[in-house]
Ligand binder design. Structure first.
Ligand code: SF4
Length: 209
């Protein structure tokens, strides 16, 4: 672990955010399996990072209930219901950040708001983030989420947005009904009032967008 991550973890301590360093995705997955009780329930947000870890399958295979809105073959209504349950009923919520500042803020963009609800209010939250998500300031973390991560997610998920076409954010024209805007809401966490609720696993690899 380098000085930058060590300093970030110390910065989080003063904000009641528990930072944990894992060298790679294998270590990060093992850490999550240890943190989540087998009999607990888990809500998730769409995340390339979580997919790379393969953590949903690992949790399900050992018998943990996952409210998975991305389960193949389910209807849109079923998916929306699982998003709602995951955000408001689950014991744990798993997500990745769009940007993390060296000054300690965590930034998340959302379309439907379920991930913002889950991250803000679930009893226990685990955020996984690769080292590529860390930038110097809050402004840069927001810029990263909007101008880098969201266009790539629009491309990945085939969303009709201006950034889908050219990879550049045009938020002034990204409005309904012409477009289906993806980044409708933004959450920046500066601190956490409840000790032990919010944990961030920093993985020493590049993960997700
Ligand atoms: S506001 Fe629209 S164009 Fe800009 S990043 Fe978000 S989805 Fe893309």
């Amino acid at each position: 672990m380098g000085d930058k991550i060590s300093d970030l973890i110390k910065t989080w301590q003063k904000r009641n955010i528990c930072g944990i360093y894992c060298a790679d995705i294998k270590e990060a997955s093992a850490m999550i399996l240890e943190m989540v009780s087998v009999s607990g329930s888990v809500g998730i947000s769409g995340s390339q990072t979580l997919e790379q870890l393969g953590i949903v399958r690992m949790l399900e295979e050992r018998g943990t209930k996952v409210f998975n809105p991305y389960e193949p073959g389910i209807t849109r209504e079923e998916s929306l219901a699982l998003r709602r349950k995951g955000a408001v009923e689950a014991d744990y919520y798993l997500a990745s950040a769009n940007g993390v500042s060296e000054t300690g803020e965590l930034v998340f963009f959302s379309a439907f708001g379920n991930r913002i609800a889950g991250i803000s209010y679930a009893p226990k939250v685990i955020i996984v983030c690769g080292i590529n998500k860390i930038v110097p300031t809050l402004d840069e973390a927001i810029k990263r989420g909007r101008e880098y991560a969201t266009p790539l997610n629009c491309k990945r998920l085939n969303w009709n947005t201006p950034c889908f076409k050219d990879g550049v954010c045009h938020k002034d024209i990204c409005l309904f009904p012409e477009y289906k805007r993806m980044c409708c809401q933004v959450l920046a966490i500066e601190a956490e009032p409840a000790p032990d609720r919010l944990k961030v696993i920093v993985v020493g690899e590049k993960l997700g967008f």
